[in-house]
Ligand binder design. Structure first.
Ligand SMILES: [Mg+2]
Ligand SMILES: [Zn+2]
Length: 184
């Protein structure tokens, strides 16, 4: 079984774009490629888990998800880095598109995306980590016994104001990765 680092996408792996729906809104942080590459080199499966409620709301086209992830893959590959798998939740309890407007099991903080990844990739969840800019990211990880790191990018500074005594908080993804790599 492999250990994984689950990465939230918007605000964590990428700049927060407030419903990313076009490639021109997709912006890497200066350290994004290096952070993913470090995790690759350390033997972690790197798995993106992202709530895309914009699909249910009719703001993001579902086809754009594959397009965006192919673009991310290409850019990472140029730097020798790779995402092992992507998962997304297209649902929202108050969506505009009926097919996606439900209270699903895959919208973080529920752990459906992580459980699916664990089944697909044979992941060791209690020895895995999740990094995100919202407590819902951290909670999805903790629900399956993984350890969470909140980053201060994206919505992270707002999240941090509702601080939690035991939480691990890092400035950004590369700092979170550095912390993860120091754990026994
Ligand atoms: Mg986020
Ligand atoms: Zn869902």
């Amino acid at each position: 079984m492999r250990r994984a680092v689950f990465l939230d996408r918007d605000g964590t792996l990428l700049e927060e774009a407030n419903y990313l729906s076009e490639l021109r809104g997709l912006v890497f942080f200066p350290y994004t490629v290096a952070a993913v590459r470090l995790l690759n080199q350390s033997g972690f499966a790197v798995v993106v888990v992202t709530n895309q409620g914009g699909i249910a709301r009719g703001i993001v086209k579902e086809a754009f998800i594959a397009e965006a992830h192919a673009f991310i893959d290409e850019k990472l590959a140029q730097g020798g880095a790779r995402i092992d798998a992507y998962y997304y939740c297209p649902h929202h309890p108050e969506g505009a598109i009926a097919a996606f407007s439900n209270d699903c099991e895959c919208r973080k903080p529920k752990p459906g995306q992580l459980l699916q990844a664990a089944a697909d990739l044979d992941l060791d969840l209690p020895r895995s980590f999740v990094v995100g800019d919202r407590w819902t990211d951290v909670d999805a990880g903790e629900a399956v016994g993984a350890r969470g790191v909140l980053v201060r990018t994206g919505h992270g500074r707002e999240s941090e104001r509702q601080s939690r005594p035991s939480a691990v908080v890092a400035d950004n993804l590369i700092e979170a990765v550095a912390w993860i790599l120091r754990q026994p």
